[in-house]
Design a protein around this ligand. Structure first.
Ligand code: ZN
Length: 254
């Protein structure tokens, strides 16, 4: 079974379109949340990703943008974007977003592939960032599945542990302007926290849209980066009246 894993699309339709075009064949789509917020195309993104997603967990921006919780804790730029998004979303998309479950969730896996967990932030707390080995330690010990897919940091990679060996996972790529992929074997006995990266607002100094594909039979995760129509995505943010910084940061990948 091939699972396409998307996280942090952030209302970037151009990035989502490029990712779906580059993803090839897949059997299920696991959506790790933060579908909206920051970007200029919230309804368009939800209209595309809703029917495709096999399983979705909500992100903190999804939760605030549909009015489930306030924007306390968001910086002024994120808060402004969330308020714009809430006003922009169709009643149908708002209602759907309010029903998206909080992580962790546990998808069905066909055959004898390893069982996995899906979460937006830490599987122990949806608002916590897993940015370093210290953050990763408790989830790596406590999760009931060997593999947990998380988003939230917008940094592609993750953390791995096999008995006494543990390290950060960081895909290595050659360029910055074309589609590339990097394969991570996930043999039995390893425990992994895997972040597919952000589709719509990467923050790992690489502007290309990020995603991952988990192949349960091959026991491997393939990380991908793909270029997209950056100028169009920036134009939608500027034309919507959203802060210029939200457009500029897409080019910087941060
Ligand atoms: Zn996010």
């Amino acid at each position: 079974m091939r699972a396409l894993i998307l996280s942090d699309i952030h209302a970037n339709l151009e990035a989502l379109t490029a990712v779906l075009g580059a993803a090839g064949e897949w059997d299920v789509l696991w959506n790790l949340g933060d579908m909206v917020g920051y970007g200029g195309s919230p309804n368009e993104v939800l209209d595309v990703v809703r029917p495709l997603s096999t399983l979705t967990v909500r992100g903190n921006h999804d939760r605030v943008c549909c009015g489930l919780t306030s924007a306390v804790g968001f910086n002024p730029t994120a808060r402004g974007a969330a308020m714009w998004t809430q006003a922009e979303l169709s009643p149908e998309n708002l209602a759907w977003l309010r029903e998206v479950p909080q992580g962790p969730v546990y998808p069905e896996i066909e055959g004898d592939g390893a069982k996995v967990t899906l979460a937006h932030g830490s599987p122990l707390n949806e608002d916590h960032y897993i940015s370093n080995m210290r953050d990763a330690w408790a989830p790596l010990q406590q999760m009931t599945t060997a593999i947990t897919f998380v988003g939230h940091t917008h940094v592609q990679g993750g953390f791995s542990q096999k008995e006494h060996d543990w390290h950060e996972l960081r895909p290595r790529y050659g360029g910055r302007n074309e589609a590339e992929q990097w394969t991570l074997p996930v043999p039995p006995g390893t425990r992994e926290l895997i972040n597919p990266g952000s589709v719509g607002q990467p923050r790992d100094a690489d502007w290309r849209a990020a995603f991952a594909v988990y192949d349960t039979e091959a026991a491997e995760v393939v990380y991908h980066r793909v270029p997209y129509d950056l100028t169009a995505a920036q134009g939608r943010i500027l034309m919507a009246g959203l802060p210029e910084r939200l457009a500029a940061r897409l080019r910087e990948g941060r």
